[in-house]
Design a protein around this ligand. Structure first.
Ligand SMILES: Cc1cc2nc3c(=O)[nH]c(=O)nc-3n(C[C@H](O)[C@H](O)[C@H](O)COP(=O)(O)O)c2cc1C
Length: 192
């Protein structure tokens, strides 16, 4: 059987992003568990804010098509999102909105969400750890008919959650990371 391929997408472009750090830890853990991991930055897929007139005039931007094809080339996807004003950042929502408009030949629109497992994680500076962003992201992905695995990771007090090597330093966070990544691999294998 070919190696299980997992795509990791951090939902922040910020230098020193706590979510990009969490995405890096998750990628390491997925590799440790045997997955073939690609970690991208959405900075490499800049997109305008979704506008139906723009789509009607120019079609779906190439970066949305490329990103959708990148997702299609993987068996599972992990999105690591910041929480902005109790929800997902515009970057994450806009990326999903554009991707949901891509329709490759011989495909139904939105097939990219239906055919693979998604996992979600968040890091934030407060006690809730981005749980409201996770609830919003789960709703959005589910509305796109994605299978979102039950386990998720909300990293609380994220400025203090990493050691000097940018690894998670609290056992509970390490356990939650392992449970989430293991379940993503299990679900992705079943959906292959
Ligand atoms: C516009 C804005 C809104 C925010 N709202 C929330 C919020 O609702 N809940 C929360 O936990 N943190 C909130 N934060 C703080 C972010 O979680 C924090 O800046 C986090 O470090 C951003 O993720 P990053 O480090 O990956 O860039 C907000 C930050 C910004 C810029």
């Amino acid at each position: 059987m070919s190696a299980l391929k997992i795509l990791v997408i951090p939902g922040s472009l910020r230098t020193g992003s706590l979510n990009a750090k969490l995405a890096a830890v998750a990628a390491q853990e997925l590799v440790r568990q045997g997955a073939d991991v690609t970690r991208i930055s959405l900075a490499d897929f800049p997109l305008p804010i979704y506008d139906g007139d723009l789509q009607a005039k120019s079609g779906v931007p190439k970066n949305a098509v490329n990103l959708k094809r990148m997702v299609s080339a993987h068996h599972g996807v992990l999105i690591v999102t910041p929480e902005y004003n109790s929800s997902v950042p515009a970057l994450v929502k806009n990326t999903i909105d554009w991707m949901s408009r891509v329709q490759d030949q011989h495909e139904a629109r939105g097939e990219v969400f239906r055919d693979r497992a998604f996992a979600i994680a968040a890091a934030s500076g407060n006690r809730l750890g981005g749980t409201r962003a996770l609830a919003a992201l789960r709703l959005i992905l589910t509305a796109c008919h994605a299978t979102v695995i039950p386990n998720q990771l909300a990293l609380s007090f994220a400025e203090h959650a990493y050691d000097d090597m940018d690894q998670l330093k609290h056992h509970a966070d390490v356990d939650a990371m392992q449970a989430m990544t293991r379940q993503l691999i299990d679900f992705s294998q079943h959906m292959m």
